[in-house]
Ligand binder design. Structure first.
Ligand SMILES: [Zn+2]
Length: 167
C-alpha cells in the first residue's frame, strides 16, 4: 500500500461532514456519510511528490505556492473550488516551494504561484500566476481535451491529434 500516511480533513460539499482523506490512495475519496465523491486536496513535498502526484491515477493540478505570496492566497481558494467542481476527475496537490527545494529546481519554478497539470507523471500544462476560476477551469478542461484527443489519435493508428490552435 502507500508509504505516505498523510491525511487532510476535507468537508463534504454535499452534507458538510468532515472526512479525513489520505494524500495517496487508489480510487477516489468518498464521503463516509453520504458517499458523494469528495474534492481531493493533498499536500506534497520533495519526498512524497512522486507517490502523491506522479503516481496518481487521475489528473493532478499542482499548486506550487509560498507562504509569503499574496497571489498564492488568492488562487488557493479558486483551485479548491475547481477541485470541488471536478471532484473525482482531478486531484489538487499543493507544494510549499520553500519546503520543497528539489521540486522547485526540477520544475524551474521562477514565480509563485506556478500551476501545472500532471497526467500519469507527465506535465501536460503549466502556467504562472493567479487567475479567476473561469480561466483555470478552461485551462484544465482544454488540457484534458488535448490529452483525450492525443490518446484517441494514438489508438486510431498513430495519426496524432489535430494541431492545437493556441490563439
Ligand atoms: Zn457527504
Amino acid at each position: 500500500m502507500s508509504a505516505v500516511d498523510a491525511t487532510r480533513v476535507i468537508r463534504c460539499p454535499n452534507c458538510g461532514r468532515k472526512n479525513r482523506v489520505p494524500a495517496a490512495a487508489s480510487g477516489r475519496p468518498r464521503c463516509a456519510n453520504c458517499h458523494q465523491t469528495l474534492p481531493w486536496i493533498a499536500d506534497a513535498l520533495d519526498d512524497t511528490f512522486a507517490e502523491i502526484a506522479e503516481q496518481a491515477d487521475l489528473p493532478v493540478i499542482v499548486d506550487m505556492w509560498a507562504t509569503w505570496c499574496g497571489p498564492c492566497r488568492m488562487v488557493s481558494p479558486v483551485l479548491e473550488e475547481l477541485a470541488a467542481e471536478r471532484a473525482g476527475e482531478v486531484k489538487l496537490v499543493k507544494v510549499d516551494v520553500d519546503r520543497a527545494p528539489l521540486l522547485s529546481s526540477r520544475f524551474t519554478v521562477q514565480a509563485v504561484p506556478t500551476l501545472m497539470i500532471i497526467d500519469h507523471g507527465e506535465v501536460i500544462a503549466r502556467q504562472a500566476g493567479a487567475a479567476p476560476v473561469a480561466v483555470l477551469r478552461r485551462w484544465f478542461d482544454d488540457a484534458m481535451l488535448r490529452q483525450r484527443r492525443a490518446r484517441k489519435g494514438a489508438r486510431d493508428g498513430g495519426e496524432g491529434g489535430t494541431p492545437h490552435d493556441r490563439s
